[in-house]
Design a protein. Sequence first.
Length: 189
Amino acid sequence: MKHLAIFASGTGSNFQAIAEAVQSGKLKAELALLVCDQPKAAVISKAENLGVPTFVTRPKDYENKAGYEQAVLTEMEKHGVDFIALAGYMRLIGSTLLGAYGGRIINIHPSLLPAFPGLHAIEQAIAAGVKVTGVTIHYVDDGMDTGPIIAQESVAIQPGDTADRLAERIHSIEHVLYPSVLMQLLNEE
């Protein structure tokens, strides 16, 4: 059984969806660790309530990115982590983690990449006036949302949509698609 680490910086809605898939037995993995870079993030209490070990540390407490990532790597090794899922983790992964977990790190992004990479993708889509956006799950490489795409699902932008309304529809797709992709990747090995 694979040991999965989830990296998150915020509320943890995708963390919750993945945890529920693990608890139900659909996702045959152990949720081994939550890595969080925001000490006040809501995802921390979700992990603690489920008994998932947490590693909460701020990158600014380290001399550089490599030092931060080495601390994360050391913690993941303690928990036997095999695979990483980024779920609202608002940092680019650097060479230390990519060197250790290259090809075993995936991310979810709220657009149909390559359109609207980076921050505020939902707002970017609305501002651009496109009629369709969506969700992308991709492997992580050294760029910003540039890794090979694993799965995508489109979401129509309705006339008068606000970022919040569109985000709700995108999140509902994410919460099904992400656990499903993890099931395919982790259960087949």
